[in-house]
Design a protein around this ligand. Sequence first.
Ligand code: HPA
Length: 270
Amino acid sequence: MIKFITETVDYLKDKGFYKPEVGIILGTGLGQLINSVEVLKEVSYNHIPNFPTATVEFHRGKLVYGNLAGKKVIIMQGRFHVYEGYTLQDVTYPVRIMQQLGIHTLLVSNAAGAINLDFKKGELMLIDDHINLQGSSPLAVKGIEQMGERFVDMSAPYDALINASFKNIAKTHNIKLHKGVYASVVGPQLETRAEYRMLKIIGADAVGMSTVPEVIVANHLKLKVAAVSVLTDECDPDNLEPVNIEEIIAMAAKAEPDMVTLFKAVIETL
Ligand code: HPA
C-alpha cells in the first residue's frame, strides 16, 4: 500500500496540490460548500493513479484543491461507500492521501436518519462519538503496523476543541446543532423496524452508511477530526413510513445553507 500511496501523492503534488491544511469530505447536504471555494486545481478521481475506481463503474467524483476561509483545503467531492462494492481500504484510501499531502484536520459531512426522536428531519447533528456496525475495520489488514499503530486509541475520535467551535458558531448563527452518537451500517438497504429499535437500545442517535471508516483511518493517522450529519428522516419504528429517497435528498438540501455557514466559520478558526 505504501508504494501505491507514494505514487498517488507524487501525482497530486505534480498537479499542484501543494500542502493543504484541511481535508473535507463533502457528503449529501454539503455539496454547495464548493461554491465558496476559490478552486486552484481539480482532478477527476478517474485520472488519479491508484484511486479506487477500477472495480466499479465510472465514478463522478473529483478531488479539489483551493482556498476556503483563509485556509488551503483539499475537498473530496463525492466519497466511496462500502455499499457500492468498495472495500474499507478503498473507502479510506483518499484519507491517507490527504494526510500525506499535509492536512492536519479532516472535516466530514453526511446524511443520516434520526434514531433519537427528539431530533427532527432537516436538523443537524454534530457527531460526538460513533458505533461501527460495518462488520470490519479499515485497519484489519496485513502490514498496518508499518503505517501507524495497530491498536488505535478510540477514546476520543472527534476533536473536542473543534466540536466546541462548531457548537459556539452554531449558537452565534442561531443554527440548531444537536450532538450525538452516529452508527454506521453498510446499507444500501435502509433499516427494518427491529433494526431501528436495536440502534436506539445500543445508544445511537443517528444512523448512516458512511464516515466511520474514514474517521477510523484519520485517527490511525493522528489527524484532528470533526463530522456533522444532516438528519434527513425520522426513524420511528412504531410509525415507520416507507423510505422516500427524494424526500431524503430534499431534506439534505434544506439544511445545506446552515451546513455551509457552519463549515466555513469553523474552518476559519482552524
Ligand atoms: N438509515 C441509514 N442511512 C441513512 C438513513 C437511514 O435511515 N437516512 C439517511 N441515511
